[in-house]
Write a new protein. Structure first.
Length: 288
């Protein structure tokens, strides 16, 4: 387990036993933002370059590694694979936001990535790495989530990031990445006004619609933002990525009525210009 590893971290001068509650004034170079989030200075990172695009996306990751090695890796010193990120949210007993790359720089956190019309999201995104060994197996603790929500809220407001552009790494690197994992509580985030979630009334109504076939599934996923590889596997990976975000209780890569309803409801809410491929005249429309 991770207990004790925090002591190895030297980026912040305060010791574990002295970690203050968030209401108190920050110390050791930490900065209290207007949002109420305390930002702790972390090590600098070479995994970045001056930003050349407007910030439009927020990309969330799990590190898959404990805090000390994550901070080492995210300093981007490996010339073969330089990585970096803007913020790390720790898993310490009192979780912290650790600042690494300044927001004015593009950090190398997304790699090969795409969302809707955007490619290579490093330059158009803020990246948050959450310390969790595997968000598909390990739940995100409540106190860590509280801090993540506050941090995301602050970022989304500051940059006016649209709900559907708050995404996981697995959403934007389909078939390549699985973080932040099926246990990341996207719905809770949405309940706090961060990120997209379908309206329950739409989902309920659309559950009766015909299940989208392969062609339509691909069209709908693409219209929402997913960039799919061609072929059966490409589609399967896309459905899995979607389910990991919006239908986490069963991630099986198969389009079914619930997955189809969630996807169509999201499109109706956030991309209302998209044809949903519903039958011409249905009782649904009459009812609506
Ligand atoms: Zn990632």
């Amino acid at each position: 387990m991770l207990a004790g590893v925090a002591g190895l971290l030297t980026a912040c001068a305060s010791s574990e036993s002295e970690t203050p509650p968030q209401e108190e004034s920050p110390k050791s170079g930490a900065e209290l933002y207007r949002s109420g989030v305390i930002h702790h200075p972390g090590p600098a990172s070479d995994g970045c370059e001056p930003r050349n695009k407007i910030i439009r996306h927020l990309v969330i990751h799990h590190t898959g590694a404990p805090l000390p090695s994550s901070l080492t890796m995210l300093q981007g010193k490996d010339p073969e694979r330089s990585v970096g990120v803007h913020y790390v949210v720790s898993d310490e007993p009192a979780p912290r936001v650790i600042d690494m790359v300044p927001e004015s720089y593009a950090a190398y956190h997304a790699g090969k990535s795409a969302w809707l019309e955007a490619d290579g999201l490093n330059h158009s995104s803020i990246g948050i790495e959450i310390i969790n060994l595997d968000g598909n197996r390990h739940p995100y603790p409540a106190d860590q989530m509280e801090l993540i929500i506050a941090l995301c809220d602050e970022i989304v407001r500051r940059h006016g990031i649209r709900p559907e552009n708050v995404v996981g790494h697995s959403d934007v690197s389909v078939g390549r990445k699985i973080d932040p994992g099926a246990l990341f509580p996207w719905r809770t985030l949405a309940e706090h006004g961060i990120g997209a979630w379908p309206l329950a009334i739409d989902v309920e109504e659309l559950l009766d619609a015909p299940v989208p076939d392969a062609d339509l599934s691909r069209k709908l996923l693409t219209a929402y933002g997913y960039r799919l590889e061609p072929g059966k596997d490409g589609l399967r990976n896309g459905i899995e990525a979607f389910q990991r975000h919006f239908r986490a209780h069963r991630v099986d890569g198969t389009m079914d009525s619930e997955t189809g309803a969630l996807l169509r409801a999201l499109l109706r809410r956030y991309r209302p210009e998209t044809p949903l491929g519903l039958p011409e005249k249905t009782p649904l429309e009459d009812a609506g």
